[in-house]
Write a protein that binds this ligand. Structure first.
Ligand code: RB5
Length: 153
C-alpha cells in the first residue's frame, strides 16, 4: 500500500521546529512533502498556510501540518481554503479532539509557544487518531456547507 503523504509548511518563526516535525512524521511511516520555508529569513505566513492548504484540499497530501510563531496566523491562512479544517493545537487533548470531533485535516503549531516534546506528541496524536463520525459527522458537513462545499461524510 502506498504511504500517505503529509504536507508540512512553516514561516521563519516556525522553521526551527519544522525539522523535528518532519522527522517525527517520517518516523510514523508517512511520506513528507516539505513546502518550506527553508531558512530563518523573514517570510509571510499566509503564503505558507496557502501552500499547505492547497496540497491537502487537492488531495496531493492526506493531511497537513503548518507552523508559525503562534500557530494562529498560519491556521487562519490555511482555513481560507474551503477544503481545509485547520486546528491550532498546543496540547495533546486539542490534537486528539480536533481529529475525533472536527475531522481536522491540518494541524497548526506555534513554535514560540511549545517545546519539542509537546510538538512531537501533538503530531503523533494528530496523525494516529481517527475521526469518530456519528453525531460529529453532520456538524463537519455543515462546516463544509458554510464554506460552499458539498462534503461527503
Ligand atoms: C512572525 O513574526 C509571526 O508573527 C508569525 O510567525 C505568527 O506567529 C503569526 O501569527
Amino acid at each position: 500500500m502506498p504511504k500517505l503523504t503529509v504536507a508540512i509548511a512553516a514561516d521563519h518563526a516556525g522553521f526551527p521546529l519544522k525539522g523535528l516535525v518532519c522527522e517525527e512524521v517520517a518516523a510514523l511511516g508517512f511520506d513528507v512533502l516539505d513546502l518550506g520555508t527553508h531558512g530563518l529569513e523573514s517570510v509571510d505566513y499566509p503564503d505558507f498556510g496557502r501552500k499547505c492548504a492547497e496540497a491537502v484540499a487537492s488531495g496531493r497530501a492526506a493531511r497537513g501540518i503548518v507552523i508559525c510563531g503562534t500557530g494562529l496566523g498560519i491556521s487562519m491562512a490555511a482555513n481560507r481554503n474551503p477544503g481545509v479544517r485547520a486546528a491550532p493545537c498546543h496540547d495533546t487533548v486539542s490534537a486528539r479532539l480536533s481529529r475525533q470531533h472536527n475531522d481536522a485535516n491540518i494541524l497548526a503549531l506555534g513554535a514560540r509557544l511549545i517545546g519539542p516534546e509537546v510538538a512531537r506528541d501533538c503530531v503523533r496524536t494528530f496523525l494516529t487518531t481517527e475521526f469518530e463520525g456519528g453525531r460529529h459527522a453532520a456538524r463537519v458537513k455543515k462546516l463544509g456547507e458554510t464554506a460552499g462545499l458539498e462534503v461527503k461524510v
